[in-house]
Ligand binder design. Sequence first.
Ligand code: GDP
Ligand code: IMO
Ligand code: MG
Length: 424
Amino acid sequence: MPATVVVGAQWGDEGKGKVIDILASRADVVVRSQGGNNAGHTVESGGEVYKLHLIPSGILYPETLCLIGCGTVIDPKVLLEEIDGLRARGVTCENLRIDPRAQLIMPWHITLDAMKERSLGSGKIGTTGRGIGPCYMEKAERTGLRMGDLSRPDVLEKKLRSAGEAKNEMITRLYGQPPFDLDAVLEEYTEYGRRLAPMIADVSVLAWKAVQAKQDVLFEGAQGTLLDLDVGTYPYVTSSHPIAGGVCTGTGIGPTCIEKVIGVAKAYTTRVGEGPFPTELDGEMGDLLRDRGHEFGTTTGRPRRVGWFDAVILRHAVRVNGLTGLAVNKLDTLSGLGTLRVCTAYRRSDGALLEDFPASLEELAECEPVYEDLPGFEGDLSACRSAGELPAAAKAYIERIEALCGAPIVMVGVGPARSQSLER
Ligand code: GDP
Ligand code: IMO
Ligand code: MG
């Protein structure tokens, strides 16, 4: 397996964790390059369920080197809790390395995330509340603290006091909240630094060396294409670049290192948080799909919004990521629902038929999905162990969405376990 990128092709939660875990059985290195603990990746292994937020989903293989790159934002408290939680379950984190350039989520970022959402009222983004946006803002402002600062007490203190004082000003004056005790924050982060120092290493160098040595390297995307800061449904997006291009800046490698890009999608669509969702289903069918698919957020537990498969957003994902293949999960969830609808294009209010995802929310608001109805299928798909065993209508559904998306479907998911992924 060459250097392979795995990205979310919809609005996140497509089952990337599962796909990474499966591919990681053959990988030497797994790299996370963007996002933070807004992500929630579920891996089922040996009857156990693991919910990973920051740590790459390759961690369940003790030999695999797991890297967290410079484009990520790290809440050190959450990272240590995750490491401790895994260790308590017998999963070693000896092979985990974090880039010194990765930004640190500070307690004020979490407060500012909440305050900003509150001030937006009904216009809120519906963030995960993990401080992601404010941390990336501070990075762009060039005043952020980075992982490497944790092991230099003088630098840590200087930067922490400077950033903390500025943010305390904002928190007290703009939002009327109490300031942070910077001595206490310094003490807390110094302790995190002591524990995390042995794991800090230059991920750009490690990833490059692995690629040069022709090792199998997997890049694990978090979030999804439509949550990308530039090509997603702005402003209802996250603050990083979950698309394949983000892997380069977020790891510190060049695009020539990447050979394959796999997009992960569900056989229908889900979204957590606010923002447009053309094929969203309200009412009974929506409730049924949510219940059948257990569509509740891995990180926040919020009910996910659900809808029909949207080939327009998938074509967008194929283009902006340069997808070489697609993994389609949760086909099992669609069984027994009757006729299935697939959105093939959008009809704009002036009558124009759009094949490509519109660039603005205003134009998107003028669009209605154009549906094609496909015969449904029955029975328990979760027992299928090869694509050939799928019912004829399920095969036809996969073939039709493959034709509409314009990328080969290389894997079909019929359940959360490793054995329930069918190669095509
Ligand atoms: P991620 O954020 O992309 O890694 O996805 P999440 O873990 O947040 O959400 C995907 C959910 O779907 C998890 O609960 C997975 O265990 C589950 N899942 C993944 N693939 C399948 C599948 O093919 N069928 C079913 N029924 N569940 C799946
Ligand atoms: P994984 O990796 C689904 C969504 C939030 C919100 C928007 C901005 O598990 O697929 P943020 O906290 O990032 O500022 O929130 O992005 N969001 C996700 N939705 N899966 C995720 O990650 C997400 N990470 C962020 O719900 O709409
Ligand atoms: Mg998730």
